[in-house]
Design a protein around this ligand. Structure first.
Ligand code: HEC
Length: 155
């Protein structure tokens, strides 16, 4: 169980969250400043907050579904699949992965999403989208000899 506690599941998101939070704080300050009579014009207000609103949207976009297979593997899957904890097939272990790869990409992904025996649904990464799980499955299985195509990240 200690592997579960040690894995840095949400680490990569922290700076992004902090940025989003401080952007919200700046936004609130700007909106407060708009309370002064000379800047009541809603268009002027919109122009003032536009750059910050953009930053907030961009941060959220990265957080919601655009992580790469490698990023997800490091953040969520490596906790078990790097060490083989709970008898997880290890990354890079072609003998362990061959019979699993033979089930096909869709079955592997389905099992990774719903969980299989000792593996929790989505490897415990409850905020991962289905496409993100597909990317992580491709990344992990490819390390074990598969040639799956990792679904691209929308730009
Ligand atoms: C808590 C430990 C743990 C974590 C975290 C974890 N896995 Fe697993 N995984 C396992 C175990 C254990 C198995 C073997 C299950 C079995 O077949 O008994 C497994 C098996 C798999 C399989 C093979 C499934 C099959 O049908 O044979 C895939 C694919 C997989 N994991 C992908 C992932 C991905 C992708 C992540 C990260 C998003 C992840 N796992 C995170 C423990 C984990």
């Amino acid at each position: 169980m200690s592997a579960l506690h040690n894995r840095p599941a949400r680490q990569p998101l922290r700076p992004a969250r902090r940025l989003a939070l401080s952007a919200v704080a700046v936004l609130a300050t700007l909106l407060g400043a708009c309370g002064k009579p000379q800047s009541e014009d809603p268009e002027a207000r919109a122009r003032l907050i536009e750059p910050i609103a953009r930053v907030v949207l961009k941060v959220q976009k990265v957080a919601a579904g655009n992580r790469s297979g490698e990023q997800i593997y490091q953040g969520t899957c490596a906790g078990c699949h790097a060490s083989g904890a709970l008898n997880a097939p290890k990354a890079g272990d072609t003998a362990a992965w061959a019979p699993r790869i033979a089930q096909g990409f869709d079955t592997l992904t389905k099992n990774a999403i719903s969980g299989i025996r000792q593996m929790p649904p989505r490897g415990g990464g409850a905020d991962l989208t289905d496409t993100e799980v597909r990317r992580a499955v491709a990344h992990l299985a490819n390390s074990g000899g598969a040639k799956f195509e990792e679904p691209p990240i929308a730009k």
